[in-house]
Design a protein around this ligand. Structure first.
Ligand code: ADP
Ligand code: 5GP
Length: 210
């Protein structure tokens, strides 16, 4: 059966578990998905690898990517810039493959404008306290940055209704499989299967009786 590639956007509060869900989704279903790697001006965290976690850019490099039209979308998050390289997403879409974008809300809404058929998923923690615990527990941010990111979450919550699906990341593996089953269901939508419908219609004509 012919498949149409999906653009799947995953957003959510900092520390909600987006990165962890993505990692497990790719591990549990090897070869099924392609994850877009973003460009950012943020400083590399310990353990992060350039070209795997992000393309780490200077402000000048990032600005020239914008000027050259290299970014599908970009946004500022807590004083740093983040953007999705356009060519990778376009290539996969043209090849009919699924692409996953893990990006914040302003960027997600830009993507939905460009590709209205994109599927928008929002990841939330079971509670506000759990979010703080996870962000502190990750140990990658200073106390100030944790406080800033929690304050941003408070504002971001306003945008949740604009997403297609809500994922509560309580038990990690449940959240991962929920994301997987949403993607599977989206593939089954009749609107994404016009060619398959036409094909079986043509095929069934052989049983036509005059
Ligand atoms: P995000 O990418 O949304 O900022 P991360 O994926 O980095 O969040 O997760 C933040 C922290 O929470 C990490 O330390 C991660 O191991 C932990 N975490 C993620 N999902 C869960 C979960 N379901 N239960 C408990 N801890 C989790
Ligand atoms: P972090 O600094 O924790 O890696 O990411 C901060 C925020 O930036 C997260 O909400 C993450 O989803 C978002 N982000 C990462 N890459 C992109 C991108 O390419 N575009 C946009 N708009 N947001 C991004």
């Amino acid at each position: 059966m012919k498949q149409t590639g999906l653009i799947i956007v995953l957003s959510g509060f900092s520390g909600a578990g987006k990165g962890t869900i993505m990692k497990h989704l790719l591990q549990n279903h090897p070869g099924e998905f392609n994850l877009s790697i973003s460009a950012t001006t943020r400083k590399k965290r310990q353990g992060e690898v350039d070209g795997r976690d992000y393309f780490f850019k200077t402000r000048e490099e990032f600005d020239s990517m914008i000027e050259n039209g290299d970014l599908l979308e970009y946004a500022t998050f807590n004083n740093n810039s983040y953007g999705t390289p356009k060519s990778y997403v376009e290539k996969l879409v043209n090849e009919g493959k699924d692409v996953l974008l893990e990006i914040e809300i302003q960027g997600a809404l830009q993507v939905k404008k460009i590709f209205p058929e994109a599927v928008l998923l929002f990841v939330m923690p079971p509670s506000a306290d759990a979010l703080k615990e996870r962000l502190v527990g990750r140990g990658t941010e200073t106390e100030d940055v944790v406080a800033e990111r929690l304050a941003i979450s408070n504002k971001e919550a306003e945008f949740m209704p604009q997403y297609d699906y809500l994922i509560v990341n309580d038990i990690l593996e449940n959240a991962v499989e929920q994301v997987y089953s949403i993607i599977s269901s989206e593939h089954s939508r009749t609107a994404r299967n016009v060619e398959n419908i036409e094909k079986i219609k043509q095929d069934l004509k052989k049983f036509e009786r005059s």
